[in-house]
Ligand binder design. Structure first.
Ligand SMILES: Cc1cc2nc3c(=O)[nH]c(=O)nc-3n(C[C@H](O)[C@H](O)[C@H](O)COP(=O)(O)O)c2cc1C
Length: 201
């Protein structure tokens, strides 16, 4: 039975268009993969502290003692053990909300999500074959000359390489804060794209 981990970083909750997209995707996904188990990790509900000095010190002490079963590493273990990762986050300040960065720092633990070979090469330890990133953006960044400014999806894709997750797919709805565009039509088109993606996986 496939284990899917859904990481929800949609800070605006019920007002979030990214969450609308994600929920639609997950509904379609469940319909097409009824035997898959989806575990939801809401970063606004169960909150993580940034890695302030004392938290980092605690983490390092536990890690050095080999106590990887401690609650400190629970998110990392959950992430490493999932067969598929789905992340939903809006586009904030050219990347994503800080709560997602805090989560990513927490799960990036040597000997859980990644490690090193005998020759010192970094190697991924995650089980997941793919990561699906769902996002909405106020502006449009897929235009020539602007894509370099987008650092959310690109960062997650790079992390996939570090974690050993072979495939990365991003479903982005762009230009949603541009009043000259028909935002409703754009969202409806995106929901159809989400359905197709959920079916194709
Ligand atoms: C704190 C904050 C930062 C944002 N930064 C950007 C940005 O850098 N570029 C952009 O195009 N839109 C930016 N936006 C707009 C959001 O990307 C856009 O409204 C998105 O659809 C919000 O998703 P949500 O409805 O899921 O919250 C920002 C919005 C907020 C609240």
């Amino acid at each position: 039975m496939e284990q899917v981990l859904f990481v929800n970083a949609c800070v605006r909750g019920e007002k979030s268009r990214t969450l609308v997209l994600a929920r639609h995707f997950l509904e379609a996904y469940e319909a097409h993969h009824p035997d898959h188990v989806i575990t939801k990790r809401d970063l606004c509900r169960e909150r993580l502290q940034p890695q302030y000095p004392e938290i980092l010190a605690e983490r390092e002490a536990l890690w050095k003692a080999g106590r990887l079963e401690e609650p400190m590493f629970r998110d990392a273990r959950q992430f490493a053990g999932a067969d598929r990762i789905v992340i939903a986050a809006p586009f904030w300040d050219l990347s994503y909300p800080a709560i997602l960065k805090i989560y990513l720092e927490r799960i990036s633990v040597a000997n859980i999500t990644f490690g090193y070979t005998e020759t010192g090469e970094m190697t991924g330890l995650c089980r997941a074959k793919d990561m699906i990133f769902l996002t909405t953006r106020g502006g449009a960044y897929n235009e020539p000359g602007k894509s370099w400014m987008e650092m959310g999806a690109r960062h997650l894709e790079a992390l996939c390489a570090m974690y050993g997750i072979e495939q990365f797919q991003c479903l982005a709805v762009e230009g949603l804060d541009d009043d000259r565009r028909d935002q409703q039509a754009m969202m409806l088109a995106a929901l159809v794209r989400a359905e197709v993606l959920a079916e194709d996986l």
